[in-house]
Design a binder for this molecule. Structure first.
Ligand SMILES: *[C@@H]1O[C@H](CO)[C@@H](O)[C@H](O)[C@H]1NC(C)=O
Ligand SMILES: *[C@@H]1O[C@H](CO)[C@@H](O)[C@H](O)[C@H]1NC(C)=O
Ligand SMILES: *[C@@H]1O[C@H](CO)[C@@H](O)[C@H](O)[C@H]1NC(C)=O
Ligand SMILES: *[C@@H]1O[C@H](CO)[C@@H](O)[C@H](O)[C@H]1NC(C)=O
Ligand SMILES: *[C@@H]1O[C@H](CO)[C@@H](O)[C@H](O)[C@H]1NC(C)=O
Ligand SMILES: *[C@@H]1O[C@H](CO)[C@@H](O)[C@H](O)[C@H]1NC(C)=O
Ligand SMILES: *[C@@H]1O[C@H](CO)[C@@H](O)[C@H](O)[C@H]1NC(C)=O
Length: 816
């Protein structure tokens, strides 16, 4: 079936936050003698073991991952906060989350200047007003972001849940020098009067606005408005509103601008105000102030998805006092509080490692975002979370992490997912800005729900409705399954796999990814079987367990690992044989080079519409994705020894790409073949070489998930999402403790013979609450009740965790 829109479907562009559309405030301003506050340096020297006065916020650098494709949002935000102010740059390829740590120009906060004090000479359009930053002036901390512009303005920002607060500082002189951009990199230095102009441009990063209204009050300079925008990785449109107020200087005049044309004769734009419907591009309001007596102007910007007046209400409620220090302190306390559930002994760890751990942990609480009370689509008493971006990425590590460190919020997220099902008819796989996002593989919210059920999240969760939702994923094909549910369900039922030549008559979606959809649907069915079992649906349990074995139908035992070298034409490869391969409706196998879409061979041709059988990964990678029956897979791959050498080869040959979430679990799958030491070995190969504290220190799109991977690895366990199984590797700390959900106890993981040089990384023996524990995994109970896990370490692999009875459970070896 032809799916025209997908032909030009963009490669996945996952944007961290789409809610800062209105923060393109730039202050005009002169002077270049202005000295930005000294960059706040980490005071990192006195962080000894057990000292209770360690402030973990000092180890959080939100700028990690702001280049090299990490797409991290480094601005100010509360945990799961909706308001996310930050600076936006013109490195469009990297700027999915706004800010980039390079020398690209700053679009938001660009200064407008005018040598004759004439607002008409200011530059209003996004690209024209871009200005360079003061080198190394970007400062980011939880709840705070600041940057110096090369025009004398120093911009700082902080946030409450729905409101951003900006503080712009200006030089004290009455006239200030200003480097006026001429053309290219040329600048002309002039002197201009110190009379700041701040404008608010109704535009978003993607330039997606249509329509919209905006007005400015001449007496107070309050600006209000909103517009229609398109989501960054999904369908449809959403409305967003703002309300901006200012403090700190006398208003000289106000007005509007349309593209480069500014006027003080009109104070409102948009069809609501009787002017023409706004076309795309820069449009907005501005205010010019007299010189600020304290050399500072505060701008408070409330946001809302309901209305502009709701945005004003949010701002007034949350930041009635314009007190920057108070808001910042409150935000930092909120972060300290969230992170206080983890106590780590920092002894022997480098600052680099500490920053990698704490910053990664911090990033796992940026999104999903709490939009409770801001949902324009339906009225409900349930919590509402948005920016599930995307569950394909987050179900593997981020949600299981939140289940341990923030179960209350994870519970609210589960309830929000169920409520989305209730009102929209399907669980999302990806959702942002109240819009349906693209489904990358299976219906992986099924795994999120099963994981929560296994781990006893209960408060207010309607499990009967949750079960209805996952069964709907499995049984009812939506008309457009590119944005929810599954496709090819009739083939799934009759053939037991998604055929490469599927002719789905029930719905529309990209008929690609037959291997990756097959393995994901199989595991999603396993998750449903588990829920059926817990909730007493016996027949369903059998049915879905059977279907969870469907991955076998694509196993091609003879398929060889061969590929052609692009330059020499030589056939290369390895001796490993047997891979998942695409299969036709008639049962015959088609073929996809096993390494296709790995870093070593045509990495970037496996997306929705690229007609390949895998998504963002190779058959090599997807052939390991059988989390519920690794024992069967190991057999098919020739037994434990061959499996271990295959998995080692996967990690050592360049086929593995750690910058994507499906690649997390294979780091730990040695456990299933009785070699937990190899998992520990690979953890240390990737940390810190790929996960570190540099601005480039994330190997791929963060998605709030990369930090969950490193956080788990540091703490000494990794979840098999959707099962009550956590695989053990030694913590990278001498000791780490996680508070139990009731707040009364601790789950402590402690290394005996801890070696901060990481030469002794192999577990020799383990004691759980004083008793020998030979299994190489534990259950969630440990984190619920608390307890003590002690690892004795040594420089060589040992027998620990290697015996059949020590392995994590598999379907074929009696998991149920
Ligand atoms: C700022 O950094 C850029 C790139 O690193 C460099 O080209 C430029 O000369 C620096 N500017 C100043 C004023 O140091
Ligand atoms: C800032 O402006 C000055 C004056 O025009 C210029 O010499 C300098 O290179 C600029 N710095 C950057 C980083 O562009
Ligand atoms: C501004 O608007 C006027 C009147 O509509 C038009 O003549 C002029 O070309 C516009 N200027 C710019 C820079 O767009
Ligand atoms: C989510 O937002 C609502 C409404 O603002 C608030 O009542 C609730 O406490 C928030 N939840 C969390 C976990 O912060
Ligand atoms: C597909 O369509 C047929 C015919 O309308 C219907 O009977 C069947 O239930 C549909 N299958 C799914 C999975 O929705
Ligand atoms: C840090 O991580 C990045 C991204 O994964 C990597 O390219 C870089 O080499 C690492 N740096 C160090 C010093 O290991
Ligand atoms: C969930 O609760 C049940 C009953 O209270 C208990 O038996 C089980 O161990 C708990 N599971 C986890 C993972 O905490």
């Amino acid at each position: 079936m032809a799916v025209p829109f997908l032909k030009s479907f963009p490669r996945r562009r996952r944007v961290f936050s789409v809610v800062l559309l209105f923060t393109f405030i730039w202050a005009l301003l002169p002077v270049e003698s202005f000295n930005p506050p000294r960059r706040v340096l980490l005071s990192i020297t006195k962080t000894l073991a057990g000292k209770s006065n360690i402030d973990v916020l000092e180890f959080i650098d939100p700028l990690i991952g702001t280049v090299n494709g990490g797409h991290v949002f480094p601005g100010a935000t509360l945990p799961y906060g909706m308001a996310k102010p930050g600076a936006d740059t013109n490195n469009y390829a990297e700027a999915a989350a706004g800010f980039v740590s390079d020398d690209s120009l700053i679009l938001g906060f660009s200064q407008l200047h005018d040598s004759e004090d004439d607002f008409k000479k200011c530059r209003y359009v996004g690209a024209d007003r871009a200005i360079s930053r003061v080198n190394d002036s970007a400062t980011a901390k939880p709840g705070y972001f600041a940057i110096g512009l090369n025009n004398s303005v120093y911009a700082e920002m902080t946030a409450t849940a729905h409101t951003s607060l900006f503080r712009f500082s200006f030089p004290p002189e009455a006239d200030v020098p200003y480097a006026y951009p001429k053309s290219g990199n040329e600048e002309i230095l002039q002197t201009v009067p110190n009379s700041p102009l701040i404008l608010l441009d109704l535009i978003d990063l993607g330039g997606s606005r249509s329509g919209g209204d905006i007005k400015v009050n001449m007496a107070t300079a309050r600006m209000e408005g909103g517009g229609d925008f398109r989501p960054s990785f999904g369908h449809g449109q959403y409305k967003a509103y703002f309300c901006a107020d200012f403090q700190g200087a006398e208003i000289r005049r106000t007005g509007t601008f349309l593209r480069a044309n500014a006027t003080d004769g009109t104070q409102a734009l948009g069809s609501t105000y009787g002017t023409t419907r706004l076309s795309q591009g820069s449009a907005g309001t501005w205010v010019q102030f007299a010189q600020a007596p304290q050399n500072q102007i505060l701008a408070r910007v409330g946001i809302s998805f309901i209305s502009a007046s709701q945005a004003c209400h949010n701002a007034e409620q949350e930041i009635g006092d314009f007190d920057f220090a108070r808001v910042m302190t409150a935000s930092q306390s909120a972060w300290r509080d969230k992170l206080s559930v983890i106590k780590a002994d920092h002894t022997g760890l480098s600052i680099d490692l500490l920053k990698t751990f704490w910053s990664g942990l911090y990033r796992t609480m940026l999104s999903p975002q709490n939009y409770t009370g801001e949902n324009p689509l339906w009225v409900s008493d349930e919590p509402y979370y948005d920016s599930f971006y995307c569950i394909w990425d987050s179900f593997r590590a981020q949600h299981p992490l939140l289940t341990i460190i923030d179960p209350e919020t994870q519970t609210d997220m589960i309830r929000a997912l169920i409520d989305i099902y209730k009102y929209e008819g399907k669980l999302p796989d990806c959702r942002m800005s109240f819009s349906k996002g693209y489904t990358q593989g299976g219906s992986n919210a099924d795994v999120v729900l099963a994981d929560a059920l296994i781990k006893n999240l209960t408060r207010g969760i309607d499990w009967a409705l949750a079960y209805e939702a996952v069964v709907s994923d499995a049984e009812e094909e939506p008309a457009d399954w590119s944005i929810s549910g599954r496709g090819g369900i009739e083939s799934w039922r009759t053939l037991g796999y998604i055929p490469v030549d599927d002719d789905d008559r029930n719905g529309t979606g990209p008929l690609s990814r037959s291997i990756s959809r097959t393995v994901e649907y199989a595991y999603d069915d396993f998750a449903i079987a588990f829920m059926a079992r817990e909730l007493g649906h016996k027949e369903d349990e059998k049915k879905y367990l059977k279907r969870s074995g469907n991955w076998r139908n694509l196993w091609q035992p003879e398929y060889e690992d061969r590929y052609q070298d692009g330059t020499t034409g030589a056939m290369l490869g390895s001796d490993f044989r047997g891979f998942l391969q695409p299969r036709r409706q008639d049962g015959t196998f088609s073929e996809q080079t096993a390494r296709l879409c790995s870093p070593v061979y045509e990495q970037h041709i496996c997306y929705f519409d690229t007609s390949q059988s895998t998504y963002e990964g190779s058959p090599w990678l997807y052939s390991f994705y059988v989390p519920h029956d690794m024992a069967s897979l190991i057999k098919l791959m020739g037994g434990p020894e061959l499996f271990v050498s295959r998995l080692d080869y996967f990690h050592s040959s360049g086929i593995n790409y750690m910058g994507n979430e499906p690649n997390f679990l294979p780091t730990f799958q040695f456990h299933y073949a009785g070699r937990p030491g190899r998992s520990a070995y690979w953890v240390h190969q990737y940390i810190p070489s790929l996960f570190n504290s540099s601005v480039a220190g994330i190997p791929g799109n963060d998605d709030c998930a990369m930090g969950a991977f490193s956080a788990f690895a540091f703490m000494g366990f990794f979840p098999v999402a959707g099962q009550d199984v956590l695989l053990l590797t030694p913590p990278l700390f001498r000791e780490v403790r996680i508070r139990t959900p009731d707040g009364r106890g601790w789950a402590t993981l402690r290394n005996v013979n801890f070696d901060p040089e990481y030469k002794a990384i192999y577990i020799q023996s383990v004691k759980l609450n004083g008793k020998s524990h030979t299994k190489n995994w534990i259950t969630h109970d440990f984190f619920r009740k608390g307890g003590l896990l002690e690892f004795v370490l040594g420089p060589q692999e040992s027998d620990w965790g290697t015996q059949k009875e020590d392995l994590p459970p598999s379907m074929s070896t009696g998991m149920f």
